[in-house]
Structure formats: C-alpha cells, structure tokens
Design a protein around this ligand. Structure first.
Ligand code: F6R
Length: 244
C-alpha cells in the first residue's frame, strides 16, 4: 500500500485528479470506478479544470459508480446520479452510454445488481477504482459486519452512516436507510485503487485500514491485500496511520 500524505485538501484533490489523468493517457479506454461524497468533490473539480485546459479526454472512458441510495430517483438532488452529473458528467466529454450507476429504483433490485456486475465483467473489469472511506471504515456502502459481500447487493445502512450522510439532507428522516453498492469483489478485482481521505474524522479509519490486520469490522482493511493501492490522505486523516 502506497501512502501519499498531502498538506491540504486541494493538494489531495490535484494529486488524485493527476493520477486519473495519467491513467487515461496510458489507456484511453480506461474503465474507471467512481465514488461520491464530499471527499472526491475537489478531485472532480480538478478533472473538469484539466478537461477545460485540454489536458484530458474522456471520450473512450467507461465509468462505473460504486453505489446509489435505494428509492431516490436519478433526478433527486441527493441521488448519486445527480451528484455525478453536477460534479463531472455535465462538464466533460464522457459518452452518456459509457456512464454506469446502479439504479436504486429498479422494480427488481436483485436483478439490477446481477446485471450491474455482468456489465462490469463485460467491460473487462475496473482498471482504476476511486474510493472514499466512511468514518466507520466502509468502502462503497460495504458496511462493517460479520461478513462482506462479494457482489453488487442491497445493504441496510448503519445508523452511523445515516447520521454522517444526514448533512446532505434537510432532516435525518429523509436519508434513505438502504443502498445498492458494488461488493468488495469488483473493488478488489480493480487493477488499481486510489483511496482518498480528508480530515481528522477519518484518522481512526485510516489507522485501522493500514495497521496490518484485515477485519470485516473495518471493510477498507481488506485493501491491504490488494497489490496496487494508493492512499491519498491529508495530514489530519493521516495523523494516526500505521506505516506498513
Ligand atoms: C460514496 C461512497 C462512500 C463514501 C464515504 C465517505 O460513493 O462510496 O463510501 O466514499 O461514505 O463519504 P465522504 O467523502 O462524504 O466523507
């Protein structure tokens, strides 16, 4: 696991966007796994800047998002479909048919999950996966539990995650209690992974993700056995990290 510690959130965002840009230059048909949440917002802003400056071309890139809330329509301002349009898709030359986000509104969510995994497989698997991390160590919405699921699935969000994400909604009651998420299988099969963490609220999760123990109670800890993971963390998030 490679750990890059930055002084600021801006630096973290530029570093992450630069790694993605390099990877797209190396492989113009990159299959790119994407995350939502506050942490990658700066990275998306930098990617849009790179695109406007003519330094990145998304025309051959295929994207797969990690997750979506169950029951939020794509037009809902707190849906991850909406987030992605607002922060990236509306501003760059990604082909709409190359953009994939699981539906949280499909009539048959189980079939939707199977179809999503099949589509990732058909695309050849994920080349570069971007991850954020929950304060409880979740990746995607793979929450701490006694076991981790391999495939895309529906999950009940923990009270901690609902509380953390309530900052995006008017009231905590509006936060969906369920989500569709890629399982750890598609994430771990990605050729490369970048995990971003910013702020002291993530310091303990980063410590547990880097301390040499893999446990389902900290889902991100499984990344320690992946062969190509880069953690990009700012100083606050890195404060308690273990040096592997
Ligand atoms: C969202 C996702 C989540 C977030 C995590 C951190 O697509 O995969 O795992 O990355 O909840 O969210 P923020 O960045 O808002 O702290």
């Amino acid at each position: 696991m490679k750990i890059i510690v930055t002084e600021t959130y801006r630096e973290l965002s530029i570093k992450a966007a630069s790694l993605i840009a390099e990877e797209i230059k190396r492989c113009k048909n990159l299959v790119l796994g994407l995350a939502t949440g506050s942490t990658p917002e700066g990275m998306y802003a930098e990617l849009v800047n790179f695109y406007r400056a003519g330094n990145i071309n998304f025309s051959g890139v295929v994207t797969f998002n990690l997750d979506e809330y169950v029951s939020l329509e794509p037009g809902h301002p707190q849906s991850y479909h909406y987030f992605m349009r607002r922060h990236l898709f509306d501003h760059v030359n990604l082909a709409p048919e190359n953009v994939n986000i699981p539906s949280g509104c499909a009539a048959d969510l189980e079939s939707e999950c199977h179809a999503y995994d099949a589509k990732i497989e058909q695309a050849g698997g994920i080349g570069l996966q971007v991850l954020g991390i929950g304060a409880n160590g979740h990746i995607g919405f793979n929450e701490p539990d006694s076991s981790l699921k391999v495939h895309t699935h529906c999950v009940n969000l923990t009270e901690e995650t609902v509380a953390a994400n309530s900052r995006f909604f008017e009231t905590p009651d509006q936060v969906p209690r369920r989500a569709v998420t890629m399982g750890v299988g598609s994430i771990m099969k990605a050729a490369k992974i970048i995990l971003l963490a910013s702020g002291s609220g993530k310091a303990d999760a980063i410590r547990q993700t880097t301390k040499g123990v893999v446990t389902t109670s900290v889902p991100a800890s499984i990344l320690q056995v992946h062969r190509d993971v880069t953690l990009i963390v700012d100083r606050e998030a890195a404060a308690q990290r273990c040096l592997l």
